[in-house]
Design a protein around this ligand. Structure first.
Ligand code: GLA
Length: 388
């Protein structure tokens, strides 16, 4: 990917590579999840927001049926054909792009008679940090093609297309929080998602009004959802729901946990307990942030982290140290964010103390002998749109 990208630089990179101007430039953001982890594939509640870090896609139609995609970091473009689109042929990162086209076809978008396209990608969403760099690519490509091919698909349909690309072409068994946040984000707002009800409502977060900043602490511990413990957690949730006789864990409330403790083995019970209590925390967070403001959500963030550390067991030493150090240095709240097993933590801090908290985390990591983390501020930003 090219350095410090922008819509203009991405258009220029397209022109340098393909020898013509692109038809347009579209972009989609990464996301941070404020609260609600591993609830999305359980039909539950999630409360992420889109961030300013984005992936840009400069796109130009071709006059044949080929699809090519290039990013500054790759020496050769990846290529596919609209006539023979199979996830088996997608290679590495290009699956995020071609997977969207494949998923469009799978969900009933006819590809006959359409022309192919060239794409230049550029991104400043860090890879593997739990900030949904993959959803940013999928969503940027999806809205670009929706315009280029004049498909008239709704954002809701694009969410499902991008999720199918992730599940069916990339092979990661994720829910659709990332794609929903990337497509539905609004500046200054979180996206309160109810996966079962298929709703995604903007809720003002008021961080800046309350003089707060949200720090991302990228531990640089790598996670790999396609092969890691993510799928295993998902299976535990399905087993827990089946044993409790409900279609999904969304159908259980905190009052059902006593019965779950009797019916389920210890590990499955703790997985179920996390999801059930996390759904309740998401609902409470959305209520509290609207009634009392963002300073009042700190305890809920901390409880969420404890639940992931102790019950769902998806944290790691680096994430725990990031959270503990941020809290010890005055953070209002902190938790790991994303799929877990590495990636990033978030800390809600007084704007004036962001630097101090970041330095304290860096010092604690150095002392523990961990790889230096990357700490930066994120702001709730706009979802996917056309830039040029
Ligand atoms: C990853 C997945 C999401 C979600 C989170 C955990 O980010 O892509 O769908 O399941 O993990 O909350």
């Amino acid at each position: 990917m090219i350095d410090i990208p922008s819509p203009e630089s991405t258009a220029q990179a397209f022109e340098d590579r393909y020898g013509r101007r692109p038809d347009g430039v579209w972009s989609a953001p990464g996301r941070v999840n404020l609260i609600g982890e591993h609830t999305d594939y359980n039909d539950g509640l999630v409360f992420p927001f889109a961030i300013e870090r984005r992936t840009w896609a400069a796109v130009g139609r071709r006059d044949d049926r080929l699809l090519t995609v290039h990013s500054g970091a790759m020496p050769e473009p990846a290529q596919a054909s609209l006539d023979a689109l199979s996830p088996d042929d997608f290679d590495g990162w290009s699956a995020y792009v071609f997977g969207v086209v494949w998923a469009m076809r799978e969900r009933g978008v006819p590809l006959e008679g359409r022309t192919g396209f060239d794409i230049m990608l550029a991104s400043d969403v860090p890879l593997g940090a739990g900030l949904s760099s993959s959803a940013a690519i999928e969503c940027a490509v999806a809205i670009a093609l929706n315009d280029e091919w004049d498909l008239g698909l709704t954002r809701r349909e694009l969410i499902y297309i991008c999720q199918l690309a992730e599940n069916g072409a990339v092979g990661a068994p994720t829910g659709n929080m990332d794609q929903t946040a990337s497509l539905m984000g609004e500046p200054g707002h979180g996206v309160l998602i109810d996966v079962r009800a298929e709703t995604a409502d903007p809720v003002a977060l008021h961080f800046a009004d309350e003089d707060l900043e949200l720090l991302v602490i990228d531990t640089r511990v790598h996670h790999e959802h396609a092969t890691g413990g993510y799928g295993e957690r998902r299976r535990s949730c399905e087993e827990g729901a089946a044993a409790m006789g409900v279609p999904s864990l969304r159908d259980l409330a905190e009052a059902d946990l006593a019965r779950a403790a009797e019916l389920l083995d210890d590990v499955t019970f703790r997985r179920v307990k996390h999801v059930v209590t996390e759904n309740a925390r998401v609902a409470r967070t959305a209520d509290v942030v609207q009634a009392d403001g963002p300073r009042a959500i700190g305890d809920l963030l901390v409880q969420s982290h404890a639940s992931m550390r102790d019950d769902f067991e998806i944290s790691c030493a680096e994430l725990d140290l990031a959270v503990e150090t941020a809290l010890a240095n005055g953070a209002v709240g902190a938790r790991m964010t994303g799929g877990g097993f590495g990636g990033a933590a978030i800390a809600l801090v007084d704007a004036g103390r962001a630097e101090e908290v970041g330095e304290a985390v860096e010092a604690a990591f150095a002392e523990a002998g961990f790889t230096a983390p990357i700490v930066f501020v994120v702001n709730p930003a706009a979802g996917a749109h056309r830039d040029l």
